[in-house]
Design a binder for this molecule. Structure first.
Ligand SMILES: [Mn+2]
Length: 387
């Protein structure tokens, strides 16, 4: 994470004489006097490295300023002090840190304010110049879609924690446990690393795995069923997004193994196709073509257009500070430095089989690197681990 580098890259793209204003966001009440956990605006974080409510960043040709709240001494006795000037400067690399008390006056004379129009948590006192018709969001989304070495290192760290946590799931796995018990074995390791989940962990046994985002995690997983995990740790807010599907009694049935292998072969085909210039839409088509043949052979379908009954999402999305990260659509030609997921799935509701296998791929100059290749996924490897 190198916010200074990110600011420099943004500055090169900004029009002349504008004042770019970004806010970290604010706390939102969950009940009377409690708050939801704070989620920092990821574009603000990308440019500052700061995770703290009510902080404002301004960028102009002549300089950058970070605006923070003054510590209230009474509040400090209850919940501790706020972010101070020294910490703010150290984390962000911005030397000019001022108090928000002076912000309104400073902003008053700025004619060309531009903002990230997608951010809903802006302060009322910051209004963009409507005549400029300029939005920071797509500019930052494009920058964020190509990762630096530091960012790839954070994603890799999140993947390592996810790997360790899935190992802990396997170490305790037996049939007759509830989905939330498997989830607890996963989350235990994340908590030990102070690593918040990238998203609510999906743990889905048997037929529930055919629901793509089953987050209830409240059912018993029976002997003979598969259990799907779609999970991810974070490192400095950078996400991992990994899916694995395990037979809870340690052994795939022949039918489960047959379907599992179709998904795995599809994943291999997509990985082979990743290279600069290809789009995630094209990658998805490669998977669909594979399924058309393989599912006919497995006597699941008769006609090609039936594939969509058994596979109903996309194979890839961008990964970064957001789990479904910004800056890559189905039509975006991939470039080196982009990180995407590769997540084929098959969902045979009538047979109680839902399988998804998901890894995280870095696009390189010549192809791709599977950042999560060390997390076991071949059927034989999984059975060995559960033996
Ligand atoms: Mn995913």
């Amino acid at each position: 994470m190198n916010p200074k580098m990110h600011r420099q890259a943004l500055k090169k793209l900004l029009p002349n004489k504008v004042t770019a204003v970004l806010c970290s966001g604010s706390l939102i009440n969950s009940t009377a006097d409690l708050f939801y956990p704070f989620e920092v605006n990821r574009n603000f974080y990308y440019l500052t490295g700061i995770i703290w409510p009510n902080v404002v960043l301004t960028i102009e040709e002549k300089g950058e300023i970070l605006w923070i709240e003054k510590t209230d001494p009474v509040r400090a006795k209850w919940i501790g002090g706020l972010l101070n000037k020294k910490e703010a400067a150290l984390t962000s690399g911005i030397k000019d840190v001022r108090y928000l008390d002076d912000f309104a006056l400073w902003l008053k004379d700025k004619p060309n304010i531009v903002i990230d129009r997608k951010a809903k948590n802006l302060r009322d006192d910051i209004q963009p110049n409507p005549e400029l018709d300029y939005d920071l969001f797509p500019v930052l989304a494009k920058l964020r879609s190509v990762k630096s070495e530091e960012e790839i290192a954070e994603i890799s760290k999140a993947i390592r924690i996810t790997h360790e946590a899935l190992d802990n799931v396997l170490a305790h796995m037996k049939p007759g446990m509830h989905e939330y018990e498997y989830a607890a074995d996963f989350l235990y390791i994340l908590n030990r690393h102070q690593s918040p989940e990238a998203f609510e962990s999906i743990v889905a046994g048997g037929p529930r795995a055919t629901i793509l985002h089953n987050v209830l995690n409240n059912s018993l997983v029976k002997d003979g069923e598969l259990c799907l995990f779609d999970v991810g740790a974070t490192a400095k807010l950078y996400c991992a997004d990994i899916s694995r599907t395990y037979p809870v009694n340690g052994k795939f049935t022949n039918r489960q193994k047959e379907i599992y292998q179709i998904v795995l072969d599809g994943q291999d085909k997509v990985f082979d196709a990743i290279r600069p210039g290809i789009t995630t839409g094209q990658l998805n088509q490669i998977l669909v073509n594979h399924y058309e043949d393989a599912l006919k052979r497995a006597k699941v379908i008769k006609h090609s257009d039936e594939v969509r009954e058994y596979y109903y999402h996309g194979v890839s999305h961008s990964l970064g500070l957001d789990c479904h990260d910004v800056g890559i659509t189905k039509e975006t030609p991939l470039v080196p430095g982009m990180v995407i997921t590769v997540e084929p799935g098959l969902y045979l509701r009538k047979e109680g089989i839902g399988i998804r296998i998901e890894d995280d791929a870095l696009v390189t100059k010549t192809g791709s690197q599977n950042l999560s290749e060390e997390i076991p996924k071949r059927a034989g490897e999984i059975e060995e681990r559960l033996a």
